[in-house]
Ligand binder design. Sequence first.
Ligand code: OGA
Ligand code: MN
Length: 212
Amino acid sequence: MSNITLNPIYEKIIDDLSNQKYSISDFFFSPEETKQLRESIIQQDKDFHQAAIGNSQNEQIVKSVRGDKIRWIDESQKSKTEEIFFEKINDFILYLNMTCYMGIEESEFHYAIYPEGTFYQRHVDAFKNDDRRTLSIVLYLNDEEWKDEYGGQLTLYLPDENNTEKELNVLPLAGRIAIFDSKTIPHEVKKVNRPRYSITGWLKTRSRTGVI
Ligand code: OGA
Ligand code: MN
């Protein structure tokens, strides 16, 4: 711990994660960093492909579950702008590993565009046959004026005191980052009424079952 400088933004996220298994932060990236990442996703719009679910090949079935188009980011081929993203994320990973012994060994990220009329039905991010996904991270790259009536809320389904479920609706505001437990938090993306931009990814530990 001796070489780590206390980072109040990371500390707040870690506190939230340990208390409630999710954290929403508007200060992880600066407005200028967010703006550059937003320009980068908009410029590359055409290189995206329909996102898949499991191993399903049928595009109609997939679209009834999720309608986003994605492009995986290859960290070894990152652009100048993507460097901004990975520098911060890798710093955060180091911090998690040094202060909380989280054992994050890998990460994977993709850009996501939800065209008008699309959504992602309720799901959990960790796969049944691969338990490495530990923390889900979504950085929103919309403009600041995103309003409730545009839809596209991230809805987290959280346990409440009576063992029932409560919903938390998160607006995808520019620069906002949502971080949550990949294994236990069901969530969905509500139908959008205008294109919705983000970078989504996962911090992964070593497999605990040895399946992978
Ligand atoms: C996902 C996902 C949430 C969001 O891609 O798995 O749940 O708010 N995304 O984009
Ligand atoms: Mn998800």
